[in-house]
Ligand binder design. Structure first.
Ligand code: HEC
Length: 158
């Protein structure tokens, strides 16, 4: 092989290795994208308040203090400063007996779409423009810590 040929061969090898390196990184990137898309859909499929809650306890509490406590009270007893002026009293979020009859999906719907969405008063406002779905799941989980209760299907003993 003469020098010129060797140079050309080397050049070709370098180009091929650069191209295959690029190809591998691109493939890895698109795999990552696929994974992201998958986890987004699997969250939509079921109600996963726990996923939304992980590591977000402080954020959920401060959202509750900011958006819910004016009516529901800082401790969730339904006695916030705005409660006095309301015809329908805000729900007491520490009432475990009552709240264990309500599923997380039901609570989520009321907070997202407002009271009328499930036949309650419009004094309970919708939060879908204020909070993201994950933030709403977070405050629902926070309500569960106030009542210290989970959803129990009717007829299931404690
Ligand atoms: C403007 C006052 C007001 C604000 C702000 C408010 N609520 Fe309410 N909420 C109410 C009232 C009033 C009711 C009771 C409605 C009824 O009984 O018809 C209620 C009911 C509820 C219920 C009861 C659902 C059930 O199944 O019984 C939940 C849960 C709830 N609110 C959560 C929240 C959360 C979480 C926030 C903050 C993101 C919030 N609320 C902000 C007034 C308010």
């Amino acid at each position: 092989m003469n020098r010129k040929r060797m140079k050309t061969a080397l050049f070709i090898i370098v180009v091929i290795s650069i191209l295959s390196y690029l190809n591998i990184t691109l493939m890895a990137e698109s795999k990552k994208e696929n994974k992201k898309a998958k986890s987004a859909t699997s969250q939509e499929e079921g109600y996963t308040a726990l996923d939304a809650w992980k590591g977000k306890e402080a954020e959920a509490k401060s959202n509750y203090m900011m958006y819910c406590s004016p009516c529901h009270g800082e401790n969730g007893r339904g006695n916030g400063p705005q409660a006095e002026a309301m015809e329908v009293p805000p729900r007491n979020h520490t009432d475990g007996n009552y709240l264990s009859t309500r599923s997380d999906e039901q609570l989520f719907k009321v907070v997202k779409e407002g009271g009328p969405a499930i036949g309650f008063s419009r004094s309970m406002p919708p939060f879908d423009y204020t909070l993201t779905e994950d933030e709403i799941k977070g405050v629902v989980k926070y309500v569960r810590t106030l009542c210290n209760c989970g959803y129990k299907k009717a007829g299931v003993a404690k």
